[in-house]
Design a protein around this ligand. Structure first.
Ligand code: NDP
Length: 261
């Protein structure tokens, strides 16, 4: 029987992860099966345990369970500890990791050739939490975190020397990379950025993928370079695949295929 993996979340029907991992498995000749599991909001741990007891080897964890997954692990990687959120579970050992940050940084540096020093990160949820440490490790001199609920941005920034917090109205200064890690785009909304933040010379990156969000549309109108989060999705998946299988799949051919589609 093939080794069994899955993405667990709620909702999860939209996830491209099964397709991505099936493509990685074909390309690297790994015998595995990767499914989707929608866990009830109040039964994440029980759903994980059922999958493990049935022989499941590993899980990717998505919205809104990354913090719960962190609490469930017996050991975690340093980057998961720093993020306090887990998106990759190894079920035999109870190990948890977070590949969102390295996925974003690999997309920025390897796929988009983007060097960054001064970063504005919009959002204070699970996705923002997973990437601050990786951005600083990758050479960002400063990361300003702006969130609608400012206290969440403050709590996140307090954990990282090099990060600071702001409300949207107080934002000022020049950034070379502006990352939208909010879910505003899913509702067709735009975080209330002051004029002048999005401009020529900026890379505007939206973690939401597969659509032109109001953030990306506004950035394009302002003359900024734009990119959605598809590359991050593929890169974080490749890192999870490596953790589970010890084999690193190539990402570029898959990304080109997905972009073509
Ligand atoms: P959370 O639900 O944990 O956080 C949502 C964040 O969005 C909060 O900071 C919230 O602010 C903010 N927000 C929501 N609506 C608005 C709005 N209208 N205006 C301003 N801010 C808003 O979600 P995650 O952090 O887990 O995920 C965020 C997004 O990133 C999702 O859309 C997800 O699909 C995407 N993502 C993509 C990945 C990829 O690989 N490409 C990986 C991980 C996530 P407040 O705190 O004030 O409520």
């Amino acid at each position: 029987m093939s080794d069994r993996y899955a993405i667990i979340g709620n909702p999860v029907a939209h996830s491209k992860s099964p397709w991505i991992h099936a493509a990685f498995a074909r390309a690297t000749a790994q015998d595995l099966d990767y499914a989707r599991i929608e866990a009830p909001l109040d039964a994440f741990a029980a759903t994980v345990e059922r999958f493990r007891a049935a022989g499941g080897k590993g899980l990717n964890v998505t919205l809104p369970f990354k913090q719960e997954a962190f609490a469930l692990c017996s050991t975690v990687s340093e980057r998961a500890r720093v993020a306090q959120a887990v998106n990759t579970l190894v079920l035999e050992s109870g190990f948890g990791d977070n590949t969102d940050g390295i996925g974003l940084v690999r997309d920025l540096s390897q796929n988009l050739n983007c060097a960054f020093r001064s970063v504005l990160l919009l959002g204070g949820g699970g996705a923002a939490q997973g990437v601050v440490g990786a951005l600083l490790d990758a050479g960002a001199a400063r990361v300003v975190i702006a969130n609608r609920t400012v206290s969440k941005a403050q709590a996140l920034a307090a954990r990282f020397p090099g990060a600071s917090a702001s409300g949207y109205e107080e934002l000022s200064g020049e950034f070379d990379l502006v990352i939208n890690a909010t879910s505003a785009g899913l509702a067709g909304e735009l975080p209330p950025l002051p004029a002048g933040i999005l401009r020529s010379g900026v890379l505007a990156y939206d973690m939401v993928y597969g659509r032109e969000t109001p953030f990306l549309a506004a950035a394009r109108r302002a003359g900024a370079r734009t990119c959605d989060g598809l590359g991050m999705l593929v890169e974080q998946a490749a890192e999870s695949f490596f953790i589970w299988r010890g084999v690193r799949p190539q990402t570029r051919p898959l990304l080109e295929k997905l972009r073509g589609a």
